[in-house]
Design a protein around this ligand. Structure first.
Ligand SMILES: *Cc1c(COP(=O)(O)O)cnc(C)c1O
Length: 235
């Protein structure tokens, strides 16, 4: 039921309102926060409902699925975001498809994206660096110290633009439990940007269970799946 179009549109409106309120609480305008509607496993019919409410940023976590879903005509202003782990052998199709890759999690992947970008896009690869702030072994991403150490190398890559940082907070009982991780990511971003002003200030943090807290702590992008599209279809 939650996947019927009407419910998606209603859900999306609710998310838009809550994000706008959280943005104001953090002293910003609603437009300062991009809502990335994570449409993985959901069909175009549901996505069209989200488009109807004005959402224009969509996130996927698998290159193959995204290529099948999004190869056709795109709505004006539509931007596609890669939020899942990106295998190096999928770098080329990912660059063809996605406007922003949130999940750049190693220097090797960054080098590959930079090497391919000119050829595939005739321009730069746009990425966020995924940071494993919690240190969980199951999570991808740079350790915070490694980002600092790798940043010079990353910023020297000719066809890579580092737009900011991304985090997946550990699963938790309450949204408040994620707050310290969001605070830590923002602090890391501030420290890095004080040294290297070329690094972008985007902060991709917050999902269905904690997006309002993330916005309060400075998220510029939230990645929201279930709150918009309902439960995911088993894949
Ligand atoms: C699936 C996914 C999301 C969305 O998760 P929800 O909890 O459904 O909002 C956000 N970020 C990443 C990296 C994901 O894989």
């Amino acid at each position: 039921m939650t996947e019927s179009g009407v419910v998606v549109a209603e859900n999306a409106r609710t998310v838009l309102e809550r994000c706008a309120d959280a943005a104001r609480r953090s002293g910003r305008e609603p437009n300062d926060v991009t809502i990335v509607a994570v449409s993985k496993t959901h069909p175009m019919a549901a996505i069209r409902e989200a488009l109807g409410v004005g959402l224009r940023d969509f996130g996927e976590n698998r290159v193959q699925e995204a290529a099948e879903k999004w190869s056709g005509e795109r709505a004006a202003g539509l931007r596609l975001h890669m939020v899942g782990r990106l295998q190096r052998n999928k770098a080329r199709p990912a660059l063809e498809l996605f406007d922003l890759i949130h999940s750049c999690d190693s220097v090797e992947l960054a080098e590959r994206l930079s090497r391919l970008a000119g050829e595939v896009r005739g321009g730069c690869a746009e990425v966020l660096l995924e940071v494993n702030v919690s240190g969980e072994a199951s999570k991808a991403g740079f350790a915070p110290r490694d980002v600092a150490e790798s940043l010079d190398r990353l910023l020297a890559l000719p066809d890579l633009r580092v737009r900011g940082l991304m985090i997946i907070a550990p699963a938790a009982e309450s949204p408040e439990a994620a707050r310290p991780y969001f605070v830590a990511l923002r602090a890391l971003s501030d420290r890095l940007r004080a040294k290297r002003t070329e690094m972008g200030g985007e902060l991709s943090m917050g999902m269905t269970d904690d997006y309002e807290v993330a916005i309060e702590e400075g998220a510029t992008m939230v990645r929201i799946g279930r709150a918009i599209f309902g439960v995911r279809r088993p894949g």
